[in-house]
Write a protein that binds this ligand. Structure first.
Ligand code: SF4
Ligand code: SF4
Length: 496
């Protein structure tokens, strides 16, 4: 007799209610008492329908159970199974479906320089884990105006029918090439308008070169700004130092305050790199959000090979998760009261959950997002820009679509054995290629060193999402449709 089994799902509890995270569809499903009892019973193993009915009979009427089963089956939370399947070899992964040819570009990250005026010990571009010599093979230190214009043409041409395209400037220290940025923004705006499109501009900077005229320009041109900063003076000055070893906090902090005062049309965010030494997340958050005045603060653990002194170890990840949880609960309180809270890690994940994000690939790199090196070479993303091994083409001659598709196919979630059965895969999908390359020497490896942390954090975000959905669902409307000024960006580049 056919039996009933629980589909692939992750149960969790929020606001005193049971929920299921339905992994194949990435949907969040709230359970009533009957369906919660069905799920609880089936967690012990699959059952024939009569057995299930009889187990639930003392508590629920058969018609109520029947309705609940129909609803759960409709959501594919439960499935019919054959109790004695004939052993068969596991199916070959189905050919992966890669969307629209050529794959439209939504974000182009242009590394306008590979030079930096800081010398951060953990930097993936200059530190011990760099994947390419920034100026190897005659790579120019600064992108020329011409290459920047060619990058704009490349971006517009590859953006397909999309009415909006994002152009992000990156480095090295981006503002070392302010001259090119200043010329490229009006050019891109004009060329996009001619193509019937709009460009959203953003940049990441270490903040040291935010002179008054630069701030004016960024504000006047509505450029989104992310500042790479690690927190209060004693934390910022640990790693984020000038070449002579001087800390950068005293230079950066007043400039950032000026920026925040003058540039109010776009939310200004801080991105913090966490290391074994700089892990007091709550203190960092309070300083950057409440004392300096950033609109939002996001944290990312340093990308590094495991032996480095600044690499975060197991206890560090535990501490990170505990502090993330505390801030996530603060975020929840604010969301329930309809107030803003600036912890962007939880906001971004709640948005992904609300939108039902189900990733076949961990991020947009090589798909809707590409990075451009100073000579015009196109790579998977800004972190690989300048690496010949990860080159997809050039802005002048275009992208080799065969190798692009081969890359995407080889990195599909179905090719990652450990990830294929993981309940957190809709949001993680194996994690950052650059992290995997640094850690395991290949972009194809799943980032198994942080699974526990990812699952713990996803669980927390599910709980936060469930609480908001139950207690203040209106808050979630900001993630529907066109979004709000706080709107996140799935393939927004990491900071450095
Ligand atoms: S890397 Fe780990 S947490 Fe992420 S999808 Fe794979 S198995 Fe799951
Ligand atoms: S997640 Fe990693 S691979 Fe993807 S865009 Fe960001 S840095 Fe690049």
């Amino acid at each position: 007799m056919t039996q009933i089994a629980l589909g692939e799902c992750h149960p969790f509890e929020a606001a005193g209610r049971q929920f299921l995270y339905l992994v194949p569809s990435a949907a969040v499903f709230a359970l009533d008492d009957t369906s919660a009892a069905v799920v609880e019973t089936l967690r012990g193993g699959h059952l024939a329908a009569p057995d299930l009915y009889s187990r639930l009979a003392p508590r629920f009427d058969a018609r109520v159970v029947e309705a609940s089963l129909a609803e759960l089956a409709g959501a594919r939370a439960i499935l019919p199974v054959d109790p004695a399947p004939v052993a068969a070899p596991p199916p070959e992964p189905a050919p992966n479906i890669i969307p629209l040819k050529p794959i439209p570009l939504s974000t182009l990250v242009v590394n306008v320089t590979n030079r930096c005026n800081l010398s951060c010990a953990y930097c993936y571009e200059y530190g011990e884990d760099k994947i390419a010599e920034p100026t190897a093979g005659g790579m120019p230190k600064l992108m020329s105006e011409e290459t920047a214009r060619e990058s704009v043409e490349f971006m517009i041409e590859r953006s397909g029918n999309s009415p909006v395209v994002r152009l992000t400037f990156f480095g090295g220290e981006t503002l070392l090439n302010f001259a090119v940025l200043e010329k490229t923004i009006p050019y891109a705006r004009r060329r996009a308008a001619e193509a019937g499109k709009r460009v959203e501009f953003s940049l990441t900077t270490n903040g040291t070169l935010l002179r008054p005229e630069v701030i004016e320009f960024l504000a006047d041109n509505d450029v989104g700004v992310t500042i790479s900063i690690d927190g209060p003076k004693e934390m910022q000055d640990k790693f984020r130092v000038f070449h002579d070893g001087r800390g950068s906090y005293d230079v950066v902090a007043p400039k950032v305050r000026e920026l925040l005062k003058r540039h109010t049309s776009r939310p200004i965010g801080a991105r913090v790199t966490l290391t074994s030494d700089v892990l007091d997340i709550t203190r960092i958050y309070r300083h950057l959000r409440e004392e300096v005045g950033f609109w939002e603060v996001g944290f990312a653990p340093v990308t590094t090979s495991p032996g480095r002194a600044h690499a975060i170890g197991e206890t560090g990840f535990d501490s990170m998760l505990g502090q993330f949880r505390e801030l996530a609960h603060e975020f929840l309180e604010a969301a329930l009261a309809g107030r803003h809270h600036g912890f962007s890690n939880v906001r971004d994940t709640v948005e992904e959950l609300h939108k039902g994000a189900s990733k076949a690939l961990p991020c947009g790199a090589g798909l809707g997002l590409m990075g451009v090196a100073t000579n015009g070479d196109v790579a998977l993303c800004h972190r690989f820009a300048g690496s010949d091994a990860h080159k997809l083409g050039t802005v002048q001659d275009g992208v080799d679509e065969t190798s692009q598709e081969a890359f995407l196919d080889a990195h599909h979630i179905d090719r990652k054995t450990d990830c294929r059965t993981c309940w957190a895969r809709p949001l993680c999908a194996g994690g950052c290629y650059h992290e995997a390359y640094t850690r395991y020497g290949t972009t194809q490896a799943p980032n198994l060193h942080y699974c526990e942390w990812i699952r713990g954090w996803t669980e927390t975000c599910l709980e936060i999402y469930g609480e908001i959905a139950e207690r203040n669902p209106a808050y979630l409307r900001r993630f529907d449709g066109g979004g709000t000024p706080e709107e996140g960006n799935d393939d927004a580049p990491e900071t450095h």
